[in-house]
Design a protein. Structure first.
Length: 222
């Protein structure tokens, strides 16, 4: 579903807020926006409608010249021989770029802030989860482990049998749940509620937990 309600931000700490009836809600503080539209995709030219937005800041010396040209206020490439921003004007020197489908109405250079949302809106939040390294099957898949009796020693958290001639023809079946690298995945959580909005500080309070650690880039879609 296409909508002009979207935002990028960085995850902060968790807190709790009370509503008018005194009910307490856990919430995540997100420093969101402002965003700048850096490119508009159209049905005629690109086959679909969407906008690319920039968020955050980055030193100019760490941005490639083609990307500086993409960020230029005129929307073209840098003049020949111009190494950087010596007198050049840009929409911004953005750290992050993301694309969102829209129903149109946005132009290049437009600034978007948290006022696109309203308190009570249900949003979908996506982010990269915390990396947890190499983990066993109990932590990674929720296995219960073996019994802690009858001579069991150092095998309580073992995965058990992973194959055999009868079930899998002497091989390990594809998709077998085993120990391995855990975390660092893109996680999407739906139907989180916007509890509070502060336009002055570009802050959103979203009910519940959001994937990732503090400082993680978060995508919010209405």
């Amino acid at each position: 579903m296409k909508s002009n309600k979207f935002m990028l931000g960085t995850k902060g700490r968790m807190t709790q807020v009370f509503d008018d009836k005194g009910v307490i809600f856990p919430a995540t503080i997100i420093t969101a926006g402002p965003l700048t539209v850096t490119q508009v995709k159209t049905k005629e030219k690109d086959g679909y409608t969407a906008v690319q937005v920039g968020f955050g800041t980055k030193k100019e010396k760490n941005i490639a010249k083609p990307q500086l040209g993409h960020f230029s206020a005129e929307g073209g490439s840098l003049p020949a021989g111009q190494a950087g921003a010596s007198g050049g004007k840009y929409l911004g020197l953005f750290r992050n770029l993301r694309e969102f489908p829209t129903d149109g109405g946005l132009e290049r250079g437009k600034v978007i802030d948290v006022s696109v949302f309203r308190e009570g809106d249900l949003v979908t939040v996506s982010a990269i989860s915390k990396g947890k390294g190499f983990q066993g099957v109990v932590k990674r898949h929720g296995f219960h482990g073996g019994p802690r009796s009858h001579g069991q020693k150092n095998k309580e958290r073992s995965p058990g049998s992973i194959g055999g001639g009868g079930r899998a023809g002497g091989r390990v079946a594809k998709g077998m749940r085993m120990a391995g690298r855990m975390g660092g995945d893109r996680i999407t959580v739906k139907n989180l509620r916007v509890l509070q909005i502060d336009v002055a500080t570009n802050t959103l309070l979203i009910g519940g937990a959001v994937p990732g650690k503090p400082g993680t880039l978060v995508e919010i879609r209405g």
